[in-house]
Design a protein around this ligand. Structure first.
Ligand SMILES: NC(=O)c1ccc[n+]([C@@H]2O[C@H](COP(=O)([O-])OP(=O)(O)OC[C@H]3O[C@@H](n4cnc5c(N)ncnc54)[C@H](OP(=O)(O)O)[C@@H]3O)[C@@H](O)[C@H]2O)c1
Length: 250
């Protein structure tokens, strides 16, 4: 391909584990300058140290995506540490699935706060820079739950379905407005990460664990997709990727 990711400055939300950690590690290995955000500082510090020990460039900041000011600050950190911002991977998310009848309303609202409002905050933080420089790449972690409904996933699926619409409209508007903001929405299936840890409903947790034990693949597979999207030439966008275990019926 005519383009590559070396030198690109990339902010990654939810970079302290799973897909975000794998993306940060891979992109840094390919020469990107990565800016890691999440709430668990100790994990971020460990990942940044590892990246630097391997010759990569990385910085990090405590980030709760539900707080607009912290999203703004991580963009400022990218500009201060690396002189600009080329892309953002909006990856932070959680999946405490349960049947609606369990009425776990706190978990419903938490998912909306992080998976929807966190994305809105992240977009609001990067858009002024991307519009100003007439370029930018927004990559977001949706889910196969954003493509297909399944029992237990009403709220999580809704938050991921939201991303499908939101990212497509972002792409259309930026094309119409000539701001050259590219989008890539990723729809992963079962990927072995810490995602299941927030499921408090016992039956749902057991079902998910057995599905992931049977089919789950490594988060690096999704990181490969992020790297592919970022490396596309500036005149090209591949805006949707579904990725998962070859043997998972979904
Ligand atoms: N694993 C899968 O099978 C799968 C499938 C489809 C889609 N996805 C999506 O992929 C994304 C990454 O998940 P994962 O599978 O890698 O799970 P994970 O290992 O649990 O990672 C989730 C990340 O989100 C961060 N996070 C959670 N709440 C946050 C907040 N309020 N502010 C900032 N960061 C927050 C966590 O960091 P802290 O706790 O340190 O803040 C963590 O780094 C999620 O959006 C998920 O929905 C995953």
């Amino acid at each position: 391909m005519a383009s590559n990711i070396a030198g690109k400055v990339v902010v990654i939300t939810g970079a302290s584990s799973g897909i975000g950690e794998a993306a940060a590690t891979l992109l840094a290995h390919r020469g990107a300058k990565v800016v890691l955000g999440a709430r668990r500082r100790d994990k971020l510090d460990r990942i940044v140290t590892q990246i630097r020990d391997n010759g990569g460039e990385a910085v990090s900041q405590s980030l709760d995506v539900t707080v607009q000011a912290e999203n703004d600050e991580i963009v400022q950190l990218a500009q201060k540490a690396f002189g600009g911002l080329d892309a953002v991977f909006l990856n932070a998310g959680l999946m405490p699935n349960s049947p609606l009848s369990a009425l776990k309303t706190d978990e419903w609202h938490r998912m909306v706060a992080v998976n929807v409002n966190g994305v809105l905050n992240g977009i609001a933080a990067v858009l002024p820079t991307f519009i100003d420089q007439k370029s930018g790449h927004v990559i977001a972690a949706s889910s196969v739950a954003g493509l297909k409904a399944y029992p237990g996933g009403a709220v999580y699926g809704g938050t991921k379905w939201f991303l499908r619409d939101f990212m497509e409209v972002l792409r259309m508007e930026s094309a119409a407005e000539g701001t050259n903001i590219r989008t890539a929405t990723i729809y992963p299936a079962a990927i072995n990460t810490e995602l299941l840890d927030t499921i408090s409903d016992k039956d749902t947790a057991e079902g998910a664990q057995s599905l992931y034990q049977r089919y789950g693949i490594a988060p690096g597979r999704v990181a490969d997709v992020v790297a592919y999207a970022l490396a596309l030439p500036p005149d090209t966008t591949v805006n949707e990727f579904t990725v998962g275990p070859a043997n998972q019926p979904w």
